[in-house]
Write a protein that binds this ligand. Structure first.
Ligand code: ARG
Length: 570
């Protein structure tokens, strides 16, 4: 896409104003008030070299560049050259480029194919995949897509919580009270019930705890029977998680979970010892972080078993060795802030400079209108149920509205699930939010259905235009028809789209993109409502249809980056 800042720098450079191209590039500004032009060039710096008053210099420069076709108007105001871009030149550049790029519009190659890891979702095996998990899953997927769009090579990792003493308990419980069929039919609910029963029974039979510990030791030692059961629990749980991932259209490149690192921890513990970082404390091993304002990090327990943090350190080492990442991103709730700060610091103290490339991307809590969730009290809302309910309710709304669609089930799925994702990505990730059904599925608010509906509306305009829209020759269009009012404002929003993607990726903040897509949808609807598009004048109609097509592609690409589909009819 044409970069106006660079183009303007070139024009100024060619006008021989006595600065290098790089110097000029650094000085071109975007005035905060667009009455001062779309771009401005301050002349203070030149005053010394030219020994002239800045306003005089600005006046000379303005006179030199005024005739360029890129500008509608060039003005000298005090020490500034204020430049107003020719609207026709602008839309004639932007619209054809967007159309030519199609699905690729918005992408760039800042990343040059460098490897970046995005770790997200990472649920715990045999525990419910509940509404709280939606955040890491959906934010992580959007971050993957954003970083991919700006040219990095992304490795998506699901760091499954598939390790720890609870698996000893689960195996004991299964052997005592389990039933194979039940596990197969409803793995997570069943395994969870065993786990709960174990905790009830252990009150009266404390020996169960010893048994569980023994079984876990066997599992760690790789005893076939225990490993087989654990593997089976893991596979069955994953099947259930995968149902949700399928609904959300999310995939991973690796499911290397915590268990994967069990044989990789001794080397880490050894390195910590060798570097004199490990301190014994009541039989346990810790790293002191007091100097850095943090409590110590626990590396091994007094019984020698390893911990969550140790596995995270081992995983980071493995990832560095395997993928040589330039960034290792963890999309994990803000409750774990301290955990990440502690182990990032530990890796730094071990002397690995790549510790600085590990980033924790935290997010706030989601709660339900009905009140907070609690696994312990059985107030768990399964994510799968939420998604199914969204699809069902959407189907009702679609029927009620008499929406025309080829396949009501497909559309209801795209809109219902899209609505949940969109809501999730609408707010700054760090904010807590309340999940509200009527807000999620509102077709008129700043919601997923509203944006999807706008996209479908653009598709419908193009369909209704028939042949003429299908055969637009963007080089032969008279763009002067779309240089006014709502049309021009829409073109400006479309032009900003690639920069917004970079901004959203670099801030790790999908909501920056979500908000911009809402702006484009609103911009489109303003244009649609204020202007007649399918006019008699063929030339005018072509220019307007080109803008509709560019807007449609941009909205579709934006939704795709959030992980949301854009049905053509609804
Ligand atoms: N399984 C953990 C949980 O559900 C999240 C894992 C986060 N990732 C990590 N590398 N520690 O709380």
């Amino acid at each position: 896409m044409i970069n106006y800042k660079d183009e303007i720098a070139k024009v100024l450079f060619e006008a021989e104003i006595g600065l290098t191209l790089e110097e000029i590039q650094d000085m071109v500004e975007v005035p905060s008030d667009n009455k001062m032009g779309d771009y401005a060039f301050p002349c203070f710096k030149l005053a010394k070299v030219l020994r002239k008053a800045p306003p005089m210099i600005a006046k000379d420069i303005a006179a030199k560049i005024e005739g360029n076709h890129m500008f509608e108007k060039v003005e000298q105001v005090n020490a500034y050259v204020n430049m107003f871009i020719s609207k026709e030149d602008f839309v004639a550049h932007v619209v054809p480029e967007v159309i030519a790029a199609g699905d690729e519009y918005g992408k760039c190659n800042i990343g040059e194919g460098k490897p970046v890891i995005v770790e997200f979702s990472s649920p715990n095996i045999a525990k419910p995949f509940h509404i709280g998990h939606i955040r890491s899953t959906v934010i992580g997927n959007a971050l993957y897509k954003l970083w991919d769009a700006i040219g990095y090579d992304i490795i998506r990792i699901n760091h499954l919580g598939d390790y720890g003493t609870q698996f000893g308990k689960m195996i004991v419980a299964y052997r005592l009270w389990g039933n194979r069929e039940d596990v197969i039919n409803e793995p997570i609910k069943t395994l969870l019930s065993y786990y709960t029963k174990f905790h009830v029974e252990v009150e009266e039979h404390p020996e169960l705890d010893d048994e569980a510990r023994k079984v876990f030791a066997k599992l760690e030692a790789g005893e076939p029977e225990e490993v087989e059961l654990w593997q089976w629990f893991r596979d069955e749980s994953l099947k259930e998680f995968n149902r949700v991932y399928d609904m959300l259209d999310i995939t991973f490149d690796s499911y290397a979970g915590e268990s994967f690192y069990s044989d990789k921890m001794p080397a880490i513990i050894q390195e910590l010892k060798d570097k004199n970082l490990l301190v014994e404390s009541n039989g346990a091993n810790i790293v002191q972080l007091e100097e850095y304002g943090m409590p110590p990090i626990l590396i091994t327990k007094s019984d020698g078993s390893s911990l969550y943090a140790t596995r995270d350190i081992a995983a980071a080492f493995y990832r560095k060795k395997t993928y040589d990442f330039v960034k290792n991103i963890y999309v994990v709730a803000s409750q774990q802030n301290l955990h990440f700060q502690q182990w990032f610091k530990t890796v730094e103290l071990m002397g690995h400079e790549w510790a600085k490339d590990c980033v924790h991307i935290p997010f706030g809590l989601v709660s339900l209108e009905e009140g907070t969730m609690s696994t312990r009290h059985g107030r768990v809302v399964f994510l799968e149920d939420v998604l199914n309910r969204a699809v069902e309710q959407t189907k009702e709304i679609i029927k009620e509205k008499g929406v025309n669609t080829d396949d009501i089930d497909e559309t209801a799925k795209a809109v219902g699930i899209g609505a949940v994702i969109f809501q999730e990505l609408s707010n700054n990730r760090i904010k807590d939010y309340v999940f509200k059904w009527d807000k999620v599925l509102n077709f008129d608010g700043e919601t997923g259905p509203y944006v999807q509906y706008t996209h479908a509306r653009a598709c419908s305009v193009l369909r209704n235009a028939g042949e003429i829209a299908a055969n637009l020759d963007t080089a032969a269009i008279d763009y002067s028809y779309i240089t006014g009012g709502a049309a021009y404002e829409l073109a400006k929003l479309i032009y900003k789209f690639p920069a917004v993607i970079v901004d959203a990726a670099e801030k790790y903040e999908p909501s920056v993109l979500t908000r911009h897509i809402v702006d484009i949808a609103q911009g489109f609807n303003k244009f649609y409502n204020e202007e007649h598009i399918l006019v008699d004048n063929e030339e005018e109609k072509k220019a307007k249809l080109a803008l509709v097509l560019a807007a449609k592609d941009t909205i579709k690409n934006g939704l795709a980056l959030l992980g949301i589909k854009a049905p053509e009819r609804m």
